[in-house]
Design a protein around this ligand. Structure first.
Ligand code: HEC
Ligand code: HEC
Length: 324
């Protein structure tokens, strides 16, 4: 046998090559199929397949991505560039540097801003929107619009959305909110579910866990003085419940084990009933009729209490609103 292989080696080599080519072809075809089948969900541009040719622009975009992923290293309480935020990273709530589906990604930003937003009653630039997250979610102050840091964040967000058609929202952008419950969300029930599903990473007091060199968090805080403030998007129960139902426990969610609607609402009620920095956002929602039904601060255009606007039940509010 060995002698035969030795004498026929060119033929064997050839057949080995043929098999290899077929294998490679089969796997690449397979990959193409996979890409086609998930294609309706947005995926970010690739620096490898679609490189940014201008060196300065590329460096700016990469710095922007780095600032989103590791905000605290540069801009946190011990930030190397400025100390203007609470130690959290943008990426804590905009997963994978704002690219993950159903994880509050940035795919729709460049295609939709400047955008009229009811929260401010004004047409907002990307700068205004980014500043809002610095002031509310990171309970800090925004970098100047001329700073290299803001310019980098802007360049990154613009680049991420460069292939998205104006005015459209790709599938998987923003937060997917769960259905309303018939009852009010219940902080007591939420506390029990929190202990089972969340405490091991975010801590019994929601304090999170600092990284080894104390420059930021391995597990970000959910309440207390280092967390987002009462003006933040996550302080609304529907945003919180939607974000965690799709994404928490971190990197462990599948279609089969995700939190039920009840669990998500109850945990949201528990976490957002705990102490956190307050923000007096007195000018938010200047048109009362446009306030989201789960905005927890009055005055309201209806007669439901702040308590009910915070925890629900939301259906009666929704029905009353639809009648008007
Ligand atoms: C604590 C969580 C949290 C952190 C941290 C956070 N954000 Fe946000 N961000 C949100 C939520 C929630 C929304 C959506 C709010 C809404 O629609 O009411 C949002 C929305 C945005 C939007 C608009 C997205 C869109 O599709 O319209 C931008 C841009 C943004 N954030 C940028 C940032 C930047 C930049 C940082 C870091 C400086 C940051 N965010 C940090 C929670 C967070
Ligand atoms: C395995 C550890 C782990 C578990 C368990 C876990 N998380 Fe997280 N969570 C994380 C990490 C890590 C991040 C930040 C992700 C990033 O920066 O990429 C995060 C981010 C968050 C955020 C946004 C940032 C913030 O601090 O506000 C919220 C809200 C959150 N988790 C809530 C929950 C809830 C509620 C549960 C339970 C249902 C839970 N998490 C379970 C690890 C975990």
């Amino acid at each position: 046998m060995w002698r035969k292989i030795q004498s026929d080696w060119p033929a064997y080599l050839l057949s080995l090559l043929v098999v290899l080519v077929i294998l490679v072809k089969a796997t690449t075809n397979h990959q193409e199929q996979i890409i086609v089948s998930i294609d309706s969900t947005w995926h970010p541009p690739s620096l490898y397949l679609d490189p940014i040719k201008n060196k300065e622009e590329r460096e700016l975009v990469l710095y922007g991505k780095e600032l989103i992923a590791n905000t605290s290293t540069y801009l946190g309480p011990k930030g190397s560039v400025m100390q203007i935020s609470n130690g959290m990273n943008c990426q804590n709530c905009h997963l994978d540097a704002g690219t993950r589906p159903d994880a509050n990604n940035y795919s729709a930003v460049s295609a939709n801003y400047p955008l009229f937003r009811e929260r401010s009653g004004k047409t907002e630039s990307i700068y205004k929107r980014v500043s809002d997250c610095f002031e509310r979610s990171l309970n800090g102050t925004a970098p100047d619009s001329n700073s290299r840091e803001y310019q980098a964040i802007h360049a990154y967000i613009q680049w991420l959305g460069k292939d998205v058609a104006k005015g459209t929202h790709p599938k998987g952008s923003g937060i997917k909110r769960p259905d309303y419950l018939q009852r009010a969300a219940d902080p007591e029930k939420g506390k029990k579910v929190y202990a089972i599903h969340c405490e091991r990473c975010h801590g019994a007091n929601g304090e999170g866990q600092l990284n080894l060199d104390n420059t930021g968090y391995s597990y970000p805080p959910l309440w207390g003085k280092h967390s987002y403030n009462t003006g933040a998007g996550l302080y609304r129960l529907s945003n919180f419940a939607g974000f965690i139902q799709s994404n928490m426990p971190f990197n462990e969610v599948t279609a089969h084990n995700k939190l039920t609607d009840e669990e998500a609402w109850d945990i949201a009620a528990y976490v957002n009933s705990q102490p956190r920095p307050s923000m007096k956002a007195l000018h938010d929602w200047p048109d009362m009729h446009k306030k989201p039904i789960d905005h927890p601060f009055g005055p309201y255009a209806d007669s439901f209490s702040e308590q009910q606007h915070k925890y629900g039940p939301f259906l009666p509010i929704l029905i009353a609103r639809q009648k008007h």
